[in-house]
Design a protein around this ligand. Structure first.
Ligand code: GRF
Length: 191
């Protein structure tokens, strides 16, 4: 995956929803110091708001409805190969990639998760954190392996939970940190 001087790594971002992390990756990629470029956005939702963000930045987009997941995965892999994608960044992608896909993709796959992994894998992290009266929460960027939210951690940001925090306020504060650490983590693995 090594690149010659000045050549950028090609990133595909997988989304399902609003794409605020996608936006932060695109914004960072425009900085001269960025070692990566967002070349492709893949969504399983035709109406994902993130697709509009991608189009505004003239980034190639593709939608796979996942009616037949294994067929879609084969087509996605082919397309990634055609576009010479080096790294997949999952950013709110609500589908689980199969073991085969992870094995067959010729590159790295990373994900962002809104908790301090290994704690609070899966969905509804903020509500569970608040219910358990945790003192801290945060976000994690990690490599993707075949177990959900379990691959090697690249970067984490810890936040103190405030007295009046609700799942919603916590989610908002953590999301702002996600926007900072995703590009940072990506730059870290490209060094
Ligand atoms: C983020 O909280 C991310 O950690 C999680 O899904 C959410 C996606 O948000 N995996 P957005 O679509 O990037 O705004």
């Amino acid at each position: 995956m090594a690149k010659s001087i000045g050549e950028k790594y090609k990133i595909a971002v997988f989304i399902s929803g609003k794409g605020s992390n996608l936006k932060s990756l695109i914004n960072f990629s425009k900085k001269p110091k960025s070692k990566f470029k967002v070349n492709l956005v893949i969504s399983n939702q035709r109406k994902a708001k993130g697709l509009i963000i991608a189009k505004k930045s003239k980034i190639n987009t593709k939608v796979y409805n996942y009616k037949y997941p294994s067929v879609d995965e084969i087509n996605i892999l082919r397309f990634l190969e055609k576009k010479k994608i080096d790294i997949i960044c999952l950013a709110g992608f609500m589908k689980i990639l199969s073991k085969k896909f992870i094995k067959d993709f010729n590159g790295k796959i990373i994900n962002i998760h809104p908790s301090l992994l290994p704690k609070y894998k899966g969905l509804n992290t903020h509500a569970r954190v608040i219910d358990n009266n945790e003192k801290y929460s945060g976000c994690t960027v990690h490599f993707v392996n075949s177990k959900l939210d379990s691959g090697r951690i690249i970067l984490q940001k810890r936040l103190k939970i405030l007295k009046n925090d609700t799942a919603k306020t916590l989610q908002k504060r953590i999301l702002l940190e996600e926007h900072k650490i995703y590009s940072k983590a990506l730059m870290k693995i490209l060094n």
